[in-house]
Design a protein around this ligand. Sequence first.
Ligand code: NFS
Ligand code: SF4
Length: 645
Amino acid sequence: MEYEIALNKVSDDASAKMLVKAEQDCVETCFDRTETQKTQCGFGKSGVCCRICHMGPCRITPKSPKGICGATADTIVARNFLREVSGGTSAHSDHGRHLVLKLKEVAKGEAPGYEIKDEKTLKYAAKLYGVEYEERDKNAIALDLANLFLNEFAEQEGFLKTLELAPQKRQGIWNAKGIKPNGIDRMVVESMHRTTMGVDHDYKNLLLHSFRTSLADGWGGARIASIVSDILFGSPKPVNSTSNLGVLKKETVNILIHGHEPELSEILTVAVGDPEIKEYAKSAGADGITLAGICCTANEILMRHGVPVAGNVLQQELAIITGAVEMMVIDVQCCMPGLPDVAKNYHTEIISTTDIAKTIGADHVKMNASDPIKSAKELVKRAIDNYKNRAEEKINIPSEKEPLVAGFSVQAIKHMLGGKYRASFRPLNDAIIQNRILGVVGLVGCNNAKQKADSYTNILTQELIKRNVLLLQTGCAAIASAKAGMLKPEVALEMAGNGLKEVCETVGIPPVLHLGSCVDNSRILEAATEVVLEGGLGDDLSMVPAVGIAPEWMSEKAIAIGCYFVASGIDVILGNPFYVSGSEKVSEYLHNGAKEDFGACFHLIEDPYQAADAIIEMLMKKREALGINKKSERKLLDMKDRRAL
Ligand code: NFS
Ligand code: SF4
């Protein structure tokens, strides 16, 4: 592939170079397969293919407007949509569950290698959930909290307790619409039941359950995942690191950790720091070990340890094509089944690590529960042993890497804004009210091989900070910004509008804040809730000048996230469409009707410049409704204003 053609598919030079190399090495990637899959099924794309029972598959056309059972396009599209939301909810929530189970083991002293790293966050969580914490042993608190969290999955009759962390008014809306979720598992089982042949046929009823299920994700499984990760591994604080394929080093053993659940990546982070392991690497002739991450597990260990990020989801194969990766360790989610086929062309070993996620061609190694550090060290040693198998002529590590600052948990933002002793969102609220900051945008989600990787995200990020919008990012979108150098406070500040620049300079934050992995989108809800509670910007999430956007999404998880944002009252822009166009009614509800129920809906905008304009307009409308738009005429700040900041 020519370099110029590669640059139509990816935005950064490192990735483009690896695409060129892939062709030279005769290696197929997802970018090639996007070509071979070019003619995608129109029925699938419009959501009107039903294969829920074996009288079908049925497909809706003008000539055959109903399935064999009589299901209309509306029913079929809505059923498919609900199943997608449930898939996404399951992924985040099962990840959360694994962490809760780990917390319980830790509390009982049954999880060697793990501990409660952040007692402050443990107590804070206990307080939020009404668990007795004063003068109690941390393990006793953790055990109660873990049991309470487990019940969030199991609850049959009552509602999720985590919902109570939302602003009162929002809880009232969920109550009024009948979409307060019971236990997370129950919501997903109910989704599967309702979408099976001959059960729920009312598209609106199905869509409302989609929102209800998504709430069990954002205000349930995902939120719990973030809380428990913070308790076990520490609440993130601002940290420096680097991103892109250039973080790999020719002279070190390179190990990539790819997937999502931090239990594994945390343990590997410990293992590579072990002096004995370092010595072992030396004896193999390497100048140490480089551990780097791919996808959201990268974000987890970046946020807490500053471990460098090799790339986002569409770079997973490209990283192996450098020829310099000794081992890629995968767990769950977003790990392509095509990885072993790429690895075959090099010396890279692909190691799968969890019984719920096996990959043909990967070697399956289970962590020893009674001594995970030992297992991790064995893995690292195996990677070191593989160092000698490199084929020199196949190694080409692109030099591109960018420094970054990440680690913005809500607590960290609060501390940065208010200072150590008066941690508070007040300065942010004031900056929004005074129109130094126009509003806040949560820019999240994946890359999608149908779009030029990172392009939409990068254009939009620049357009928004120019116009004084503060950005909160997570997931692959945050990695895109990192690679583009947008997470460097100084570079971004050169581009930011005057008001935003002033706030960022005063507080010492970059205008693009990296909040973590995809489950950490719950942190964006948490931040928005803090803004509401701080006062002055309305009493509900729907009133805050805030918008969510998933410019390059592809995963069911992103659909669940979008739904819980909308159900929480935050408008969501999609950079590419849902598969719902086959039903006018479903499309209408998601892209318009939901507004009446939740104060927010979805907006499909496939062009980043148009999205920027639309976002500004949406933020302006919210500002107008709050009566804070008048001040927008004020142009320059005098010294008094500056001091007030
Ligand atoms: Ni979230 Fe997308 Fe995957 Fe993370 Fe990246 S692809 S839905 S951003 S790594 S989960
Ligand atoms: Fe066809 Fe109805 Fe069966 Fe779906 S549930 S495959 S529409 S008969």
